[in-house]
Design a protein around this ligand. Sequence first.
Ligand code: CDP
Ligand code: CDP
Length: 222
Amino acid sequence: MSVPVITIDGPSASGKGTVAAIVAQRLGFHYLDSGSLYRLLALHARKLDVAWDAELPLAALATTLPAAFEQGRVWLDGNDVSEDIRAEEIGIGASKVAALPAVRAALLQRQRDFAVLPGLVTDGRDMGSVVFPQAATKIFLTASADERAARRHKQLIGKGESANLPRILQDIIDRDTRDAARAVAPLRQEPDAFLLDTTELTIDQAVETVLRCFGQSQASGI
Ligand code: CDP
Ligand code: CDP
């Protein structure tokens, strides 16, 4: 029996992770935040003093990355690094290591291994285009850059961190450019992906739309 997969790709702070996690919970499916793998690799490399542009050593590290996802937490070498991987600097490292073709190739099978019954919801940049091209439902989730910056700002303030809105907006624009312009697995909407612009949508409305798309794909036997 083929495993149903829902892919949610899109730019930073569009709400992919939030929406994907709720959809997975509603369906009782597994959830993979693929960005966390790139973040884990950036953190692991930093700890081992491997530069974020050293393609082959990074690919070797990616193949043996001692990572685990358990109890809703992210573990590296047995240590809970759920907060560490969210640091802004590690996000920058993640987008640098993610631009290296050998690194992406090394993480490919690892991501595919998450597709087990009863199903998988996964979010990232190339889940529908490269990792799961046969996915039952592909969503391209986006929102305006201003709205995404405002969401990230609110998220940081909520965590008690200092946040500067113009700087966050600039970071988002830079990240968009890097993700869309890279040669390998660039961020783009696949022709068979459903465009979901959440600029004016609540999280609940976005979740319901994804569930409806999935229901339709199941009904039509895709
Ligand atoms: O939270 P944010 O959307 O900024 O990033 P993330 O999803 O945690 O991913 C961190 C970085 O990994 C992104 O900036 C992307 O450059 C990269 N990434 C990727 O290239 N491909 C994926 N499937 C997921 C993330
Ligand atoms: O995973 P990604 O970087 O795309 O975004 P996220 O971390 O899931 O969402 C960024 C923030 O936007 C979170 O605080 C969400 O609660 C919020 N959000 C929102 O306010 N409205 C939406 N429709 C979707 C997300």
